[in-house]
Design a protein around this ligand. Structure first.
Ligand SMILES: [Mn+2]
Length: 275
């Protein structure tokens, strides 16, 4: 059994970033921010919400350069995250995204290539493939914090009740039976939920773990404004799919209490990656 959930502490600083999709410049800027925060506050955590891998193809780099013209640095990012996790144990947490999932038993994605899993793995040698799979096999599915926020790649449906149940899930969806498969795919692939669905999920998970949860922070989606909120209980800071000047990440105080998506304020908690 691998631990698939994390309850963060109630003190320290938390940086949260969403989909990188092979963007090395975004990764290096986040790493720099993380190391600076860690130097200032040794109780800093960095939570990456998945989809580290699978960059744009040549066609879309040319047709939409403002959003997508960058080299695919999927593997250097995988290597960089693995190195950082080794150098700072317990500080860098990776949540699995659906693109990452393809490398460890999930459905293969076809956003920029007909099979992005085979495409990326065909550029790697055996040792590199092993490191990539090892990183994704250890990844989390959901994290939650006493500050009131639950984190995942997608916005989980109300099938999510007990985070400890996630530890027993197999990454190969079909090995879980229909209910487990639906739960896994809801966490990895759902876009915004109706307000009441997220509210119910947050209440039931909170009750199970003794937390007061009010907001889901997720990735998996894009918006040229660099972030968007759904109802008052879901927020998606955007890196991939936003122009560089609008890309956002989150910086939270783990000792604070966030009671709604609007408590995650643009310019205060929600910050520009490349100001
Ligand atoms: Mn995704």
């Amino acid at each position: 059994m691998t631990r698939r959930h994390l309850i963060l502490p109630d003190r320290g600083t938390l940086l949260v970033s969403t989909d990188l999709h092979g963007n090395g410049a975004d990764f290096r800027r986040l790493r720099e921010l993380f190391l600076a925060e860690l130097h200032r506050d040794p109780e800093t955590h960095w939570l990456l919400l998945g989809d580290l891998v699978h960059g744009p193809n040549l066609r879309i780099r040319r047709t939409d350069p403002e959003l997508f013209d960058y080299a695919d640095e999927s593997y250097p990012i995988v290597q960089g995250v693995a190195e950082l996790r080794a150098a700072h144990p317990g500080r860098v947490h990776l949540i699995l995204g659906n693109h990452d999932h393809g490398h460890v038993g999930g459905p293969h994605t076809s956003k920029f290539h007909s099979d992005e899993v085979l495409h990326l793995e065909s550029t790697l040698d055996e040792g590199e493939r092993e490191l990539l799979r090892e990183l994704f096999e250890q990844a989390l599915l959901v994290a939650a914090a006493p500050c009131g926020v639950l984190f995942a790649h997608g916005s989980p449906s109300d099938l999510l009740v007990d985070l400890e149940r996630l530890d027993a899930l197999a990454l190969r969806p079909a090995e879980n039976g229909p209910a487990g498969e639906r739960l896994l795919l809801s966490i990895l692939q759902s876009y915004g939920q109706p307000r009441e669905t997220s509210a119910r999920m947050l209440r039931q998970v909170g009750a199970r773990h003794g937390l007061e949860l009010h907001v889901v922070v997720h990735g998996h989606d894009k918006d040229e404004a660099g972030w968007f909120a759904e109802a008052d209980n879901q927020l998606c800071p955007v890196l991939f799919g936003a122009p560089p000047a609008h890309k956002r990440y989150l910086r939270l105080e783990l000792a604070a209490r966030y009671r709604s998506a609007s408590d995650l304020r643009d310019g205060v908690e929600l910050l520009r990656l490349h100001p």
